[in-house]
Design a protein around this ligand. Structure first.
Ligand code: ADP
Ligand code: ZN
Length: 817
């Protein structure tokens, strides 16, 4: 019998790749184990074993695998099942899902090393200086890594030298595998076993009587061992005995102490877990009861609760119940809302059972969460994470919470898999026969629609916890204010009045502006030209902080120009306004108040975001100016006023969801005001105070908003009535992208007729030197989704067979909104 192994490679391949394996290997291997395999020209990849069979591939001769890397699968069967759904639904390869799911450290990479060519005879005169240096180094060690060569030659461009040496036969290149995950080992000490008996111990202490410092170390070790009843770290012993590590080292060298290592998790939480979960009030208790009842017949329940209604405390009860049953729970949050605030709250209740999975975590930290979860350990029973946490190896999942389920950041746009974490969560829960709760103060139209159709259960919380009043929302007419000269910069007299009053009372203020940077666009007041990015089809934005013009798409930047590039006049002026400019204006209006800004620019780094939040919580900041980031589930006690600087740039955004999103964003920001006993105040500045969405925001009329928006979606055939698949073609040549898009759209129209829109250039048509052109497919409710995708794949295959189009990149995006 001949055995073959299909593997998943972490690269976009349409099919699994097949290798030849021995019978022994076939017996040992299980799906989900890593294997090192040769692929392409002498490259070695880490692949995942997928299936074992006896069918030789027909299109190529199967190579043999290089080696098996695991004793046990690192990926579970349920996980593979879920990945298959993701790949299938979002039209990407399993390899792309694998790449997104597996911590980098698991993907062992081959590294090129240089070894001496033993058989060659080299005459040293033939070698140039830099070649000789490497040759010489290889006389002393058997191999060199690329980075060694870099430091020997003290330059980055080493490839030409290396290639010449290969040509001259001096050395050979080899690929070597190395594992990137390094367990963190902590050093411990104990008394050497030679001294364990009472007698020996006495001898030892006597012996050390002339070395009082060493004696002190031994005595401290005893005290510690007696009081702590656990292994003693070297660092602990050194600290408590006051002895330097040299002294401890000396004792180890003399075999009086013995050192040993224990593998330790990098992320450890101190204490916590003793706090009782809160007793729910009557409204919450009813809601919890209704959720449980709904779970009896439905696997998904939508919890629609106004901001600060106490949703989190209800989740806590649901979590507690699952943990007591020994089940795992996944708590999904939008990346940005993953703050210490919530993590701290959950750790107070659940202590060590909480594991956090964060994109800002290092590779090694991710590996630890992965392993703890796969092994169903208690210390990862409750995983809090952003969307990619969904791809972790759950082994015993009971419940998934998708908090702020309306959040756009649950959708991954680039690279593939372009999945929506909320939808993929529902599927994951079903695979585990677990339940999903979707929670929001402003549910997405899709979820609310699913609930209204009876597909999801539905539970509502209409009042804030403790009956705190919803904030009072006032609309300020900017056109009128400008006309009557009641504006100072971007601040209306009303806003300034309210700000003054709030500050006088000792409360804090949040100002929301939907743009970062000082002033997005620079324009010449003589000729109207604005400086453009040379790589992308967008205007550059001005950043005062660095006196730079920057592109938000590709990062291109240049110093602020003195003269207009078109007409040469020194009349460049800033137009529009961003968070930075608002901050500047506040400083002038309230010179003795502390102002801070929270946006992408000020929150870089691992703790950037948290630092600002903590400062604001500690009331070291009076006025916080920020973007979207401010909206996400933050709980500040002393904010009384929220100002929305300009509602119109939200409402006018060119997207079919602009109105829904405006409602969500403004309601969420408003929800930051008055979360305790005082009633909050919200001022929304706008040129369109009669806009329906603004009226609905100010009266908290979600249902009305839903009905009206759904009407539009029916009429214009948009989700959640129709489904959408967006196809983007990319190429650096404008004509080629046009031809390719026309070809593609024409083929699609033969199948889908008038449900194909475009091709159309997006508002920003050139990004990173590539022209983009979009085609949109609308899929009616009664049209089979899988047949639709099959038809698209067929067209895509024919497209790729056209020689001229082979270099055109095609991006498929299912549910692209
Ligand atoms: P939401 O998640 O709906 O915005 P939270 O769960 O954060 O609301 O609750 C709002 C505030 O009310 C929080 O400060 C929370 O601690 C408090 N709270 C909610 N429920 C209770 C309860 N049952 N007992 C005491 N405090 C509660
Ligand atoms: Zn650019």
């Amino acid at each position: 019998m001949i055995y073959f192994l299909d593997v998943i490679l972490p690269i976009p391949l349409q099919k699994a790749f097949t290798y030849h394996i021995t019978e022994a290997e076939a017996q040992f291997l299980k799906p989900g184990m890593r294997v090192a395999v040769p692929f392409g020209k002498n490259k070695i990849y880490t692949a995942l074993a997928y299936s074992i069979h006896n069918n030789a591939p027909t299109a190529y001769e199967a190579k043999t695998i290089h080696q098996i890397l695991d004793e046990d699968p690192i990926v579970t069967n349920l996980q593979l099942k879920h990945w298959e759904w993701v790949a299938n639904y979002y039209m990407c390869s399993l390899g792309e899902v694998m790449r997104a799911a597996i911590p980098n450290a698991f993907i062992i990479e081959s590294e090129t090393i240089l070894v001496r060519n033993e058989s060659a005879e080299i005459s040293e005169e033939d070698l140039k200086d830099d070649e000789f240096l490497i040759y010489e180094a290889l006389q002393y060690q058997s191999s060199l890594k690329i980075e060694d060569v870099v430091s020997i030659l003290d330059k980055k461009r080493i490839l030409p030298v290396v290639n010449r040496l290969v040509e001259k036969g001096v050395l050979q290149l080899q690929e070597e595998l190395y594992e990137k995950y390094k367990p963190k080992l902590v050093r411990y000490v104990k008394l050497h076993k030679a001294h364990k008996s009472e007698e020996k111990l006495q001898e030892l202490l006597e012996l050390l009587s002339r070395a009082p410092k060493q004696r002190e170390v031994i005595l401290t070790l005893f005290t510690l061992e007696a009081s702590e009843q656990k292994p003693i770290k070297v660092s602990e012993l050194s600290e408590r005995s006051g002895a330097s590590s040299t002294i401890i080292k000396a004792l180890i060298d003399k075999s009086i102490l013995e050192e040993y290592y224990i593998q330790t998790d990098r992320v450890q939480f101190e204490g916590g877990g003793d706090e009782q979960t809160k007793e729910l009030n009557e409204v919450q208790t009813t809601a919890l009861k209704n959720i449980k009842r709904s779970f009896e017949s439905k696997s998904v329940t939508l919890l629609h609760g106004v901001t600060s209604s106490g949703k989190t405390e209800i989740y806590v009860k649901l979590i507690e119940e699952q943990l007591n049953l020994g089940k795992q729970v996944l708590y999904l949050l939008p990346e940005i809302a993953l703050t210490t605030q919530l993590v701290q709250r959950l750790q107070d209740y659940f202590g060590d059972k909480v594991a956090v999975f964060h994109s800002r975590y290092s590779n090694n930290e991710r590996v630890e969460v992965w392993q703890n979860l796969k092994n169903n350990l208690e210390k990862a029973q409750l995983v809090i994470g952003a969307r990619s946490a969904l791809l972790l190896p759950f082994s015993n999942l009971g419940l998934i919470i998708v908090d702020e389920e309306h959040e756009q950041s649950y959708k991954q746009f680039d690279p593939a898999p372009r999945y929506h974490a909320r939808d993929a969560a529902v599927v994951l829960a079903n695979i585990h026969k677990a339940k999903t709760i979707l929670g929001s103060a402003t549910p997405s139209l899709e979820s609310y629609f699913n609930a209204s159709q009876g597909k999801y259960g539905f539970v509502e919380l209409k009042t804030r916890f403790n009956n705190v009043l919803m904030p009072d929302i006032e609309l300020v007419d900017l056109a009128d204010k400008y006309k009557r000269k009641r504006m100072k910069g971007h601040f209306s007299d009303r806003l300034i009045e309210e700000m003054t009053e709030t500050l006088d009372e000792g409360f804090q203020i949040i100002l929301f502006q939907n743009r970062r940077g000082f002033s997005p666009i620079v324009e010449c007041t003589t000729c109207g030209n604005s400086p453009q990015c040379p790589n992308c089809d967008v205007s550059l934005t001005y950043h005062q902080y660095r006196d730079q013009l920057r592109c938000h798409y590709c990062g291109y930047n240049t110093v602020m120009l003195k003269n207009c590039q078109a007409c040469g006049n020194a009349t460049l002026d800033t137009k529009g306004f961003g968070t930075e400019q608002i901050e500047e204006e506040v400083k002038v209006l309230f010179p003795d108040k502390k102002v801070a800004r929270m946006d992408l620019d000020t929150t870089r780094g691992k703790h950037g975001f948290e630092k600002i939040i903590t400062k604001f919580e500690q009331r070291e900041i009076d006025i916080l100016v920020g973007t979207q980031m401010l909206t996400k589930g933050l709980d500040f006690r002393h904010v009384k006023l929220v100002g929305i600087m300009n509602a119109d740039n939200l409402l006018n955004f060119p997207d079919f969801r602009a109105h829904e999103r405006s409602y969500q964003l403004m309601t969420q920001v408003s929800g930051r005001a008055g979360r305790t006993d005082i009633r909050g105040k919200v001022l929304i500045q706008t040129y369109n105070p009669h806009h329906n969405i603004l009226q609905q925001v100010s009266t908290n009329a979600y249902k009305e908003m839903f009905a009206e928006q759904m009407n539009d979606r029916y009429n214009f055939k948009y989700p959640p009535i129709y489904r959408l698949i967006k196809i983007t073609l990319k190429h650096k040549d404008y004509n080629r992208v046009n031809l390719a898009a026309d070809w593609y759209a024409k083929s699609l129209r033969q199948v889908f007729k008038s449900n194909v829109l475009g091709p159309e250039f997006p508002p920003i048509s050139r990004i990173r030197n590539l022209f983009n052109k979009n085609i949109l497919i609308k899929i009616p409710q009664n049209q089979s989704l899988s047949k639709t995708k099959e038809a698209i794949m067929k067209i895509d295959n024919s497209f790729n067979a056209v020689k001229d189009f082979r270099s055109v990149r095609v991006v498929l995006n299912v549910d692209n909104y």
